[in-house]
Design a protein around this ligand. Structure first.
Ligand code: KIV
Length: 273
């Protein structure tokens, strides 16, 4: 076996993500929320698995990520951690658990880390919550930042449109990215911002950037699993590439099952004890 493949089997760490950036190897990241899917995604060789608060949308059926609770994040994180052997696992801190009270934020962060066994956390926001992030990193917990479109702030924006198209917001984003790096974040998700801006931020930072709807110049890419597998039919932003049409495949399988039951074909003799 070649050294590169041998190498690939090692557990992904925050340190290895930095090495990947340094040697120009793109970082793959995908969401997962349950044991079975996390097992498949990890086995396929994903570098980073995000237990995103997008679980609020795709698992719980909410319109926004805001209803996600700390207990729900811990439930999903625990299920994913039971499956994952290689990927770095990142759990999202849910809305309201990291918002300007560093002591409380650290308590929530410690609960996630202790109860799930996850490797790291992801937190939406910049300067406004920098003291919270410092406190969490100070306790030895690695933090991935999240800037650009921050779905937990949807009620402030009022729209899911591309962020930081204007200079003022772009400048703030650049200074937030540098600030997150300066307090010790090991990486930053950049969501739905112009590719040119993502490129500029990526070149200014020594830590990796992971893009979603941020063009091809970031150090890695992340998508929501249900979107890229085509389970969600109704969500088709420009940045989304669908790798399967599982909605159609699952519908056909379920319809065939119904058909076989109705036709008294299932179970047959071989399928009976
Ligand atoms: O919760 C999530 O899935 C995310 C990704 C969109 C980056 O934060």
């Amino acid at each position: 076996m070649s050294a590169a493949i041998e190498d690939d089997k090692r557990k992904v760490t925050t340190h290895r993500l930095k090495e990947m950036k340094d040697r120009g190897e793109k970082i793959s990241m995908l969401t997962a929320y349950d044991y079975s899917m996390a097992s498949i995604i990890d086995g396929a060789g994903m570098d980073v698995i995000l237990v995103g608060d997008s679980a609020s949308n795709v698992m719980a059926g909410n319109i926004t990520t805001l209803p996600m609770t700390l207990d729900q994040a811990i439930y999903h994180g625990t299920s994913v951690m039971k499956a994952v052997k290689r990927a770095l696992v990142v759990v999202d801190m849910p809305f309201g658990t990291c918002s300007g009270n560093p002591v409380k934020s650290l308590e929530a962060a410690i609960r996630i880390m202790k109860e799930t066994g996850a490797d790291t956390l992801k937190i939406e926001g910049g300067e406004e919550i920098i003291e919270d992030i410092k406190k969490i990193i100070g306790a030895g917990i690695p933090v991935m930042g999240h800037l650009g479109l921050m779905p937990q702030s949807i009620n402030k924006y009022g729209t899911y449109t591309v962020r930081a198209k204007e200079k003022e917001e772009a400048d703030k984003l650049i200074s937030d990215a540098l600030l997150l790096q300066s307090v010790g974040c090991y990486g930053i998700v950049l969501e739905k911002i112009p590719a040119k801006l993502a490129k500029e931020i990526t070149s200014k930072l020594s830590i990796p950037t992971i893009g979603i709807g941020a063009g091809g110049y970031t150090d890695g890419q992340v998508l929501v699993m249900h979107d890229m597998l085509g389970i969600n039919k109704g969500f088709s932003p420009k940045f989304l590439r669908r790798y399967e049409d599982l909605h159609t495949i699952i519908t056909k399988a379920v319809q065939n099952y119904i058909r076989d039951i109705k036709a008294k074909d299932f179970p047959n003799e071989q399928e009976s004890y």
